[in-house]
Design a protein around this ligand. Structure first.
Ligand code: NAI
Ligand code: MG
Length: 497
């Protein structure tokens, strides 16, 4: 395995290494790059090589206080609150341009720090640019109404920004999810205090530096890197923050919600999932099986909407399991900079240990390990594509989010049973349906309790496609038209004539 990520594969990779070498691990507060007030910093590693990439400033309460003050000042300044929607849209379009112009470098930074295959990073950077463009389009289309009143008055509504938005991100697709959060907040006229995940902060720091080059007023976007229990908790608790958007685990999401109570800040939560992917016997089997493998191996399974519970009609289970393992066994696991690689490493040794502990749990509960189940190599956090057959929906491997390349194949009897088992989970983020029967497709799409349904495909996303959870997969929505509601509030104004 070639794990030598220090030999650049292209110019963007070369620039990424030079930028990382320049010591970029600072906080962005009020337009200035500064060290943490405590002087503390921590290491971020390349999960493919376990090499330390850089030191990152360890922000805490005092740094969050300063960032919130800067964001409040920027929110109230006429240079942000008073500008025309055309100019606000142009800021977002300029950010999209600069993201695209620096795409190869951003992709290499993402791959170095997070470990996702370079082709995937590059596609996600392209998606990030599209997100900024999509939200630039919204800026001029966020408006209130005139409402009916009697002839003595005139009633209208204003749709206004929330104010200062705290945004706490996960490590699995860092740049793309940062783009979603920042672009929506800015389009609606808010300012931002953003905390990337401690495992992969670098692409967000580079994005912030590029945003600064577009002359966005200082303090509109602030970045406080650091750990969840200090910087993250300071954001979640802060009386000066009007809204918190969080992506991460359900357990922490519940804490964020509890922290919001003091000042009743608005909260949106993008949490975990244990999504059902249902293959009916009348499906196009070749397509369904190929997509099923991609849906649990993509990004090494570190995807909140991964299709980790594969439901197969009981008479087809053996055949489908065999075909799935055949394809997954051919997946190439290795250095994410190597061309043609299918899976890079997991994010950390902790995540690898967690994933491997679920392999033991599956075995202990009597599931049949049909493929994988082990680490690949001894350097870097690589895990084999792993398939369990004979899983029942009440086993831990079918109930808990593993966030690694582990698939549970579960038999169903008929359509009703597939729907029942598909919904028999505390989560409700996404679901896949494979069938050639049009009525069945729509019937099952309605019956499944999940925020996003794919029929005869699994996984496509985009700025236009609303995303969010039913049940314990979250609160509120990101992307699509609903996301504008999550970053604005409505005021009604009655004028007596
Ligand atoms: P996490 O939920 O602890 O971390 C997510 C973000 O929240 C990070 O930025 C972290 O610094 C921050 N955070 C942590 N504790 C906080 C607190 N008390 N207050 C405020 N912010 C806090 O997730 P972690 O530990 O990195 O991963 C553990 C598991 O969570 C994974 O194995 C996976 O199952 C799940 N997860 C799910 C994600 C999803 O998109 N569905 C994303 C990341 C993790
Ligand atoms: Mg890292």
């Amino acid at each position: 395995m070639n794990v030598s990520a220090t030999v650049p594969v292209n110019d963007g990779h070369r620039k990424a290494l030079a930028w990382i070498g320049s010591g970029p691990g600072k906080l962005l507060i009020g337009g200035q790059w500064v060290d943490a007030r405590s002087g503390k910093s921590f290491e971020t590693v390349d999960p493919a090589t376990e090499a330390v990439l850089a030191r990152i400033a360890e922000g805490e309460q005092a740094d969050v206080d300063a960032a919130v003050a800067a964001a409040r000042k920027a929110f109230e300044a006429p240079s942000w609150s008073g500008i025309s929607p055309y100019l606000r849209a142009r800021y977002l379009l300029n950010i999209a341009e600069t993201v695209e112009a620096n795409a190869d470098e951003l992709a290499a930074i993402e791959t170095l720090d997070n470990g996702m295959p370079l082709a995937m990073s590059r596609a996600r950077v392209g998606g990030a640019a599209e997100l900024f463009r999509y939200y630039a389009g919204w800026v001029t289309k966020i408006f209130g109404r005139t409402d009916p009143w009697d002839s003595s008055g005139f009633l209208y509504t204003l749709r206004e920004p929330m104010g200062v938005c705290g945004q706490i991100n996960a490590w699995n697709v860092p740049l793309a999810t940062a783009a979603i959060k920042m672009a929506t907040a800015l389009a609606c006229g808010n300012t931002v205090v953003f905390k990337p995940a401690e495992q992969a902060s670098l692409s967000t720091l580079r994005l912030a530096a590029l945003i600064q080059e577009t002359d966005l007023p200082p303090g509109v976007v602030n970045i406080v890197t650091g750990f969840g229990t200090a910087a993250g908790a300071a954001i979640a608790n802060h009386a000066g923050i009007d809204k918190v958007a969080f992506t991460g685990s359900t357990a922490v999401g519940k804490q964020i919600l509890m922290s919001s109570v003091d000042n009743l800040k608005r909260v949106t939560l993008e949490l975990g999932g244990k999504s059902p992917n249902i293959i009916f016997p009348d499906a196009d089997m070749d397509q369904a099986i190929k997509a099923a493998v991609g849906s649990f191996c993509g990004n090494s399974g570190q995807v909140c909407s991964a299709g980790t519970r594969l439901f197969v009609q009981e008479s087809l289970c053996d055949e489908v399991t065999e075909r799935i393992t055949g394809i997954a066994a051919g997946y190439k696991v290795g250095s994410p900079f190597e061309a043609g690689i299918d899976m890079g490493p997991l994010i950390s040794d902790k995540q690898m240990a967690r994933v491997l502990s679920y392999v033991d749990a599956g075995r202990d509960e009597g599931a049949r390990l049909a493929l994988g189940g082990g680490r690949v190599g001894s350097r870097g956090y690589f895990v084999q594509p792993t398939v369990f057959g004979g899983v029942s929906n009440d086993m831990r491997i079918a109930r808990e989010e593993i966030f690694g390349p582990v698939l549970s194949i579960i038999p169903f009897r008929d359509e009703d049973d597939a729907i029942f088992q598909g919904n028999d989970t505390t989560y409700g983020l996404a679901a896949g349906i494979w069938t050639r029967d049009l009525s069945r497709a729509h019937r099952v799409a309605r019956a499944l309790k999940a925020g996003r349904i794919w029929v005869n495909t699994y996984g496509p996303s985009g700025a236009i496609m609303t995303f969010g959870g039913y049940k314990q997969s979250g609160y509120g929505r990101e992307q699509g038209a609903e996301s504008i509601e999550a970053y604005t509030q409505t005021k009604s104004v009655l004028v007596k004539l």
